[in-house]
Ligand binder design. Structure first.
Ligand SMILES: C[S@@+](CC[C@H](N)C(=O)[O-])C[C@H]1O[C@@H](n2cnc3c(N)ncnc32)[C@H](O)[C@@H]1O
Length: 287
């Protein structure tokens, strides 16, 4: 079984006071110890400094992400960039294609206008504009870490649609989906896990699992690796290169299953969903 940031690595911490504090805070770092994830954020840097081998550093980055930022989405776009529609490229381009793809995919899974949909990592509403137009008023709930992308999404939608459909949009860096104070039959995360280290995938799954209705389903795309702990960069047929411990991240299905189980969810491979760059789809639910 794969563990990230395990006890062996932690035993190699130096004797500095900061590292000792970090060690006592972090001894529960394993897939089942997610509450510790939050308190670890502030000490990750000192732990990383102290890990001796590059192999252990790689394990740790995969769990927590590099100290400071786990992906490029900490950068806020300027008003001028949003006016020039730079957000469309920032979320991966293929604006119409991937927007329509996710919308048609969810309709084919049974999404009806009267449902509520949770869109985790909604970005600039590439899919959101389609969902918001389709769903009844108040049926769309989007969360993202990047406020400028959410702002860009509002502009994509336009004021008349915004007030007519009242989507709920939240900016959060810790997947606080409970802020919506409702439950969901359907949740979706397109190209989110591809940008997250394992610890944040776990936090996301835990929080989303808690707001799923009984029988609810959470669909999430990811880059699939052929083996667990796949250290070599993977070049996918579309030309995208993914990594064990850096954005864009890849995971084996078995690794995803471990993370899901540790956070109270079951997962199945949906597999090919016609993503133009070759991301696979997973479906999570309560066991
Ligand atoms: C490739 S974009 C996809 C956006 C959207 N799902 C779409 O299909 O256009 C990845 C999104 O994940 C968001 N994201 C990255 N890290 C996040 C985090 N820790 N919490 C919430 N959202 C995050 C980014 O801000 C960005 O909007």
């Amino acid at each position: 079984m794969t563990t990230w940031g395990n006890g062996r690595a932690l035993r190699k911490l130096s004797r500095s006071p900061a590292a000792r504090r970090a060690r006592s805070d972090c001894e529960n770092v394993k897939m089942g110890g997610l509450p510790k994830l939050i308190c670890m954020a502030g000490v990750a840097k000192s732990i990383q400094y102290c890990l001796e081998s590059s192999r252990e550093r790689a394990h740790f980055r995969r769990f927590m992400g590099p100290a400071g930022s786990v992906n490029d989405y900490g950068r806020q776009l300027t008003g001028a960039e949003i006016a020039a529609k730079a957000h469309r490229e920032f979320v991966g381009g293929l604006w119409e294609e991937v927007g329509t793809l996710q919308f048609e995919f969810m309709k084919a899974r049974g999404l009806l206008p009267g449902h509520r949909l949770l869109d985790v990592g909604c970005g600039a509403l590439r899919g959101g504009v389609h969902f918001i137009r389709y769903l009844d008023r108040g049926g769309y709930f989007g969360l993202d870490v990047n406020a400028s992308l959410v702002e860009a999404g509002k502009r994509e939608l336009g004021e008349p649609e915004l007030s007519r459909k009242s989507p709920r949009l939240v900016v959060s860096d810790s997947f606080e989906v409970s802020r919506f104070a409702t439950r969901f039959r359907f949740a979706l995360a397109v190209s989110l896990f591809s940008h997250l280290p394992a610890g944040l995938v776990g936090l996301c799954l835990r929080n989303v699992g808690e707001v799923l209705e009984p029988g609810g389903r959470f669909y999430a795309s990811y880059w699939e690796a052929p083996t667990s702990n796949h250290r070599e960069p993977l070049r996918h047929p579309s030309g995208i290169v993914t990594y064990l411990d850096a954005d864009s991240y890849h995971y084996s299905f078995e690794e995803m299953r471990e993370i899901a189980h540790a956070n109270g969810l079951a997962v199945e491979r949906f597999g090919d969903w016609a993503h133009p760059r070759g991301q696979s789809m997973l479906v999570f639910g309560r066991p």
